[in-house]
Design a protein around this ligand. Structure first.
Ligand code: SAM
Length: 289
């Protein structure tokens, strides 16, 4: 996740090719995330810790535009879903927009705290969305969907390729024949060039944050040290959390999808209907069962 005002910047950035070689070289770090292997916390705990900050951090994220983009994709592939699974739903932003449009939506996420906020938001909005706390790699909901979406680089949090393969198997099992799986991932380029590095230090906001990332080229893992300070009157709470994302090649993902019985229809440069290139820092995969 790349957040706040930076999100908008990032959204725009996805449309503008980066000066890749320069950034790539500058930001490549020898710091070895693989050394941390035993200490890498689960995505659930990574997000549980910051769930209460998440929606504030995301306040600049153009979720409406993302949903509009998903609609363009659905139109392009003549998909008219009635049922949607928001995989790695977080606090529910995408699923709730779709539920508000009349789709029958379910959401699943591995973080209990994120799901609990999603449930609360659905209740407050008077929307009927079924939420589940489950890991994408062992998903078992006992029902199928016309469309599964997973937005905002959620699948990059799955650090083992075997676990990601399992997640695709499970997604395939939960799709109706002809159903679509649509998800976005950060490419290695995004993880290596330090797009996670951001802060709002010096701002008057009650939430101050400072994020620093390093990329381990061998392990293909980006480690992001996230430090937050939340001020409430004279009281300041400090929170530190480390997030990890893994880079996967386009071909690797397409092979995994294929093994899971999913045919890749397109790999797009994010938020466009243009083919992804080596300069794409975020890509959207569209696969049909
Ligand atoms: C960057 S957030 C995106 C949330 C939401 N999709 C959005 O657009 O706001 C990534 C989410 O993926 C979830 N996640 C990471 N690994 C997961 C896994 N293996 N199974 C289910 N959820 C996972 C995290 O708990 C977190 O809520």
């Amino acid at each position: 996740m790349i957040v706040n005002s930076v999100s908008l910047f990032y959204f725009l950035l996805c449309r503008v090719p980066l000066s890749v070689p320069v950034w790539y070289t500058i930001c490549m770090s020898r710091e070895c995330a693989a050394d941390d292997a035993e200490r890498i916390s689960s995505p659930a705990s990574q997000f549980d810790k910051i769930a209460f900050l998440y929606d504030e951090l995301m306040s600049g994220v153009p979720y409406h535009s993302w949903v509009a983009y998903v609609h363009r994709i659905l139109e392009r592939f003549d998909c008219r879903p009635r049922t949607v699974l928001d995989l790695c739903c977080g606090t529910g932003s995408v699923g709730l927009l779709l539920a508000g449009e009349g789709y029958r939506v379910a959401g699943v996420d591995v973080s209990p705290a994120m799901v609990s906020l999603a449930k609360r938001r659905a209740e407050e909005a008077g929307l009927a969305v079924d939420y589940f706390v489950q890991d994408a790699s062992s998903l078992h909901l006992g029902r199928k969907f016309d469309l599964i979406i997973s937005l905002f680089d959620s699948l990059n949090y799955i650090l083992e390729s075997s676990a990601l393969q399992e997640a695709f198997y499970r997604a395939s099992e939960h799709l109706e024949p002809g159903g679509l799986l649509v998800f976005d991932m950060n490419t290695e380029l995004a993880l290596a060039v330090g797009l996670f590095d951001q802060s709002n230090l010096g701002s008057k906001s009650s939430l101050i944050y400072n994020w620093r990332s390093s990329y381990d080229l061998a392990a293909r893992i980006c480690r992001v040290q996230m430090d937050f300070a939340c001020r409430q009157g004279a009281v300041e709470e400090r929170i530190e959390v480390v997030h990890y994302q893994r880079a996967y090649d386009l071909e690797e993902i397409v092979d995994m999808l294929s093994s899971a019985g999913l045919h890749t229809l397109a790999v797009y440069h994010a938020y466009t209907l243009r083919k992804a290139t080596g300069r794409s820092d975020r890509v959207f995969y569209i696969a049909r069962k």
